[in-house]
Design a protein around this ligand. Sequence first.
Ligand SMILES: Cc1cc2nc3c(=O)[nH]c(=O)nc-3n(C[C@H](O)[C@H](O)[C@H](O)COP(=O)(O)OP(=O)(O)OC[C@H]3O[C@@H](n4cnc5c(N)ncnc54)[C@H](O)[C@@H]3O)c2cc1C
Length: 429
Amino acid sequence: MSSELQYPQPHTSSYYAASTNLHVDCESLKGAKSTDVCIVGAGFTGISAALHLAERGYGVTVVEANKVGWGASGRNGGQMIGGISGEPRLAAALGESGSKLLWDLRWAGHQIIRERVETYAIDCDLKAGYVDVAIKPRHLRDLEREYRYLEEHKFSFEHTMFSKEKTQELLGTKAYIGALLNMGNGHLHPLNLCLGEAAAAMSLGAKIYERSPAIRIERGNKATVVTHGGSVTADSVILAGNAYHFLEPRLRGNLLPVNSFIVASEPLSAELIEEINPRDLAVCDPNYILTYFRLSGDGRLLFGGRFTYFGSDSEVIKKTLVPRLLKIYPQLSKINFEFGWGGTIGVTVNRVPQMGKLADNIFYSQGYSGHGVNVTHLAGQILSEAVAGTMERFDIFAKINPVTIPGQHLFRNQLVSLGMLYYKFIDSL
Ligand SMILES: Cc1cc2nc3c(=O)[nH]c(=O)nc-3n(C[C@H](O)[C@H](O)[C@H](O)COP(=O)(O)OP(=O)(O)OC[C@H]3O[C@@H](n4cnc5c(N)ncnc54)[C@H](O)[C@@H]3O)c2cc1C
């Protein structure tokens, strides 16, 4: 995303945007407003924080450049995967005594999502079941290590290692040599979740302004977020623009924006579904340039992966991803792919999500490095605690210094292409 991009923009032409079940249409900001907390960005981070704060009784105003869920939150693979990116770095920062805390943080986002879906009756096709697949023996060893970790912590959800033959039965493909099933993870329609959470926050009094890019922040005892049409003066500000953030150069320089793409098929027949994914699991491979897929609520195959491309042409996306998919599922060669779209992920150098402050009353959270569905929900909760003065969990992240990527703003595409080449090489080993 560059600052030259024209705002506002409609939702990208994804399967999700074509299947929303809630109409959220908010006016743009006009005139001077005041509130307790102003949030910039209405993705999962911003909306999750807004809902936590509204539940605590804070006055909340969200300004969104485009539409609620317009960014990565409304475009992603919908895989609800436990764990936080960069866990080894986090574990080192926490020390041995922090192992229980890290375990709790791993699953906290899932808990928040499940509770919200239940409390606010959010219809977002939330399903339990996820499988990590192995392509090479070293992947199997990693999955076995993860299985032992789950066992040590007496993980209460079903978790099972699958042999090569059982994996083939489970997923109807010979592409994998084993798998770890985890019924504590799952999948969902991310845009419907984000819209449902936004509606819940509004029902508790939060104000959301769409088509209202923040163009400046005036700092002081109270901070003022300025848009073209108005301003919001607040005791605290939360910046939640993540990879789409374009205001503060410091935040942009700490993130490498990486593009990921998804195609969605037409709805599959019951027979095909029975053949390729009878347990309706989300699937992810362990490569850095990874492949992930799952079925949608209406039985489409949503298949995602990364490649070096900086555009948004759905035909280019289909032409690149469908052949990859057919290597795994040749039986889908006659199936029509109706959607192809992409989005940008904020990746940090050490993979650890970045939380911090730009001033005493300006907080930010970004850089979940592809693990955002779960961790954004945790981040929203931690940000709401920090605004209320409880810094314990915020400081775990804030104390890990972000690594700045020199020249990121100048050479972004070249850096991303180089990174893709490097990771392709690592994956090939
Ligand atoms: C294709 C794809 C697939 C993915 N798959 C998965 C997955 O399966 N599982 C998983 O866990 N994670 C996945 N992710 C990552 C996950 O989607 C993100 O980590 C998460 O959605 C980030 O949420 P966010 O709210 O921080 O940012 P975003 O959702 O990107 O929201 C940021 C918002 O801020 C707004 N904004 C920015 N600047 C301003 C400004 N100045 N003024 C007003 N508004 C502003 C933007 O318009 C945008 O709406 C995927 C990401 C992509 C792109």
